[in-house]
Design a protein around this ligand. Structure first.
Ligand SMILES: [Zn+2]
Length: 107
């Protein structure tokens, strides 16, 4: 049971990371203030709040899993500016995905 869960969550994490990179690449994350970011998804719009290094999002995915592509994308953006947030590993993965996206032709 634990193993199933962890491989599921790894697949989920990969999808979240790819989506986070896409959101950043497409310029869909708008900084409203230090504590609030507006994320324009493919179908919905979400608000990511930053409160003492803790990020939260208004989407269903975050409510269910406590993590979503929106908070990963915002935390990676904050890291560019020198904040202290998500783990280095996740951030590097997002940045790598972002580079791959950058090499694709413009759609
Ligand atoms: Zn979200």
């Amino acid at each position: 049971m634990m193993n199933e869960l962890s491989s599921d969550s790894e697949a989920l994490m990969n999808r979240i990371i790819a989506k986070a990179a896409w959101l950043m690449h497409e310029g869909r994350i708008i900084r409203i203030s230090d504590k609030m970011y507006y994320v324009v998804g493919r179908r919905n719009r979400h608000i990511v709040r930053v409160d003492n290094e803790k990020l939260s999002c208004t989407c269903d995915g975050f409510r269910e899993r406590n993590v979503c592509s929106h908070v990963i994308a915002v935390s990676t953006m904050i890291k560019f500016g020198g904040g202290e947030n998500f783990d280095e590993f996740v951030r590097n993965r997002v940045l790598r995905e972002l580079k791959l996206l950058g090499r694709q032709p413009i759609r």
